[in-house]
Design a protein around this ligand. Structure first.
Ligand SMILES: [Zn+2]
Length: 179
């Protein structure tokens, strides 16, 4: 009886581990993991949160997201970060890719919705931005409490407070599988 119970617990743990280590890719990527981002003047008041969010990926994965806001040279691809009052549209951050999801990207755009984030503190704006950077790196949503949690990264953070300091190992593995 005891042996059977132990086996059941081990089997259950293995199942949980398998689920929590899943990541989803959208199939696209930048030509390399050396990716500049430009903070538009509309988002300059969130520069600290944006830079912190980018550093979380650069410090923990193979990619180098670097602030090119003052960079004057040409670069074949980059990501813009903009902010505006988009209204109560159901999202606080969004991302889009040119020429399209699942392709080789030349321009990514992250939009921060000030209608929501003007009420957020530093931590939440950082988490929203980090989630959107995850998309432009090629990650899709997952159901587990990682940076790429599909509903709201704030809800993921409530269950997984380490997300304030680093993407989850699942997120990291996903990015490192691409770059
Ligand atoms: Zn998302």
């Amino acid at each position: 009886m005891k042996k059977i119970l132990c086996f059941a617990i081990v089997a259950l743990m293995f199942t949980i581990a398998t689920v929590s280590f899943a990541y989803e890719l959208d199939g696209g990527s930048f030509p390399s993991g050396n990716i500049p981002y430009v903070i538009n003047s509309s988002a300059s008041s969130y520069s600290s949160e944006i830079n912190n969010a980018a550093d979380m990926w650069s410090d923990n994965t193979n990619v180098n997201l670097w602030d090119a806001s003052d960079f004057t040279g040409p670069h074949p691809y980059w990501t813009d970060v903009v902010a505006d009052e988009y209204g109560y549209v159901g999202w606080d951050g969004s991302s889009s890719m040119s020429p399209g999801w699942g392709q080789t990207y030349n321009i990514g755009t992250i939009e921060l919705n000030e209608t929501y984030i003007s009420d957020y503190g530093f931590a939440r704006i950082k988490l929203v931005t980090c989630h959107e950077f995850g998309h432009i790196l090629g990650l899709d949503h997952v159901d587990s409490y990682t940076m790429m949690y599909g509903n709201d990264v704030w809800d993921a953070w409530l269950e997984n407070t380490d997300l304030l300091h680093s993407p989850d190992q699942d997120d990291i593995d996903g990015v490192n599988s691409i770059y």
